[in-house]
Ligand binder design. Structure first.
Ligand SMILES: NC(=O)c1ccc[n+]([C@@H]2O[C@H](COP(=O)([O-])OP(=O)(O)OC[C@H]3O[C@@H](n4cnc5c(N)ncnc54)[C@H](O)[C@@H]3O)[C@@H](O)[C@H]2O)c1
Length: 340
């Protein structure tokens, strides 16, 4: 299939581009390139040809000749989304809706959107299913809901959107992120032999490895159209729901002598579990190959191999909010996040 992958130079995009190429797809990447400065390690993997553009500037011409558009390029994660809520809405909601309309006009039949389990907000103890009420707590999560709600009515005989509500991602990527809890705790345990948490770690969160997200995209591209047409899938498996303290315990167990200290606050209101029955029942070939322990081991192996340092851990290229703030402070991007 001819696939246009937006956000191909991001944390997930770098590994997904390779994954889809290896599955035999003809992939072209596009990305504004906000985070290209970060490159933690070289995996020697093939990557798609990628052009630099903002999604808000994409034209009908740019979208000609593709069978599928896999859309990753958004302001990604809650803290960056809160930096400038207005821009988050412009890129993540209006920009993604405009892109879906253009894709439809260009005759692209499949539009795969990266939504998030964070749309379930503070859902409580029962794992949330795709049909449950949503209520994102942040601009980022609210935009995910808005895209689902505004793109779904575009579905017709020639245009099939699919919305992937991914659990919180983890795992190694050359374009590494340490603003994600598994990656952050693995790095800090490796460097200091200690995990010190401000919170008591009681909130529930679902987690999924970035290669399992990539596999879900591959399954969606391969699936019969009626299976994925205008469908929402929670992406993860029945072992994906963890309390954050379990994550800390798993990771500290991988580093000999690692100590673990919990705080007493539970300031993080994001507390939800997701039910992953639908994707396993409905999407042919989907299963997760990873769990947090395997993903953390992969990270720790890479840290050892590359001589990972505090400097690399703290580098702005590996934490989205630092890099976006840097681009704003140095006036490389304007207040609307357009390159100057
Ligand atoms: N990481 C997670 O936990 C997670 C979970 C669920 C969903 N998602 C979603 O998956 C997608 C990819 O996430 P990621 O973790 O790889 O994020 P990322 O920030 O590492 O990558 C996003 C990429 O999109 C690009 N981008 C942003 N705005 C753009 C614009 N206006 N035009 C062109 N390019 C632009 C950035 O340069 C970056 O390379 C996002 O939509 C994110 O919301 C991520």
């Amino acid at each position: 299939m001819k696939v246009l992958l937006t956000g191909a130079d991001g944390y997930i995009g770098v590994r997904m581009g390779n994954y889809l190429l290896e599955r035999g797809h003809d992939v072209t990447g596009m990305d504004a390139g906000f985070h290209r400065v970060g490159w933690l390690y070289d995996a020697g993997e093939r990557r798609p040809e990628t052009f630099t553009k903002d999604t808000r500037d994409l034209t009908l011409e740019d979208l000609q000749g593709y069978d599928a558009l896999v859309h990753l390029a958004e302001v990604s994660n809650d803290p960056v989304g809160e930096l400038n809520g207005d821009v988050t809405y412009k890129i993540n909601h209006e920009g993604s809706l405009r892109l879906a309309k253009l894709a439809k006009e260009a005759g692209i039949e499949r539009f795969v959107h990266m939504s998030s389990c964070s749309v379930y907000g503070a859902a409580g103890e029962r794992p949330s299913k795709e049909g449950d009420p949503v209520g994102g707590l942040t601009a980022y999560a609210k935009c995910k809901v808005l895209v689902e709600e505004s793109v779904a009515p575009l579905a017709d005989d020639n245009f099939s959107p699919t919305f992937m509500r991914n659990a919180t991602a983890y795992g190694a990527s050359p374009r590494q992120r340490f603003d994600l809890v598994v990656n952050d705790l693995a790095a800090s345990a490796f460097l200091t032999g200690e995990i010190r948490m401000a919170s008591d770690g009681t909130p529930w969160r679902p987690f999924v490895h970035i290669l399992d997200i990539s596999h879900a995209v591959a399954c969606i591209l391969d699936a019969p159209r009626d299976v994925i047409h205008n469908e929402i899938f929670n992406v993860g498996n029945d072992r994906s729901n963890y309390q954050v303290k379990e994550i800390a315990e798993i990771i500290s167990g991988l580093i000999p002598g690692c100590t673990l200290v919990f705080g007493d606050s539970s300031a993080d209101k994001r507390n939800y579990r997701a039910d992953f029955t639908k994707i396993h029942e409905q999407l042919p070939g989907f299963e997760c190959a990873w769990d947090v322990e395997k993903g953390a081991k992969e990270l720790i192996d890479i840290f050892g191999r590359i001589g990972f340092t505090e400097e690399l851990y703290k580098f702005r290229g590996h934490t989205r909010i630092k890099q976006i703030k840097h681009l704003l402070d140095t006036q490389q991007i304007d207040d609307d996040f357009f390159w100057r």
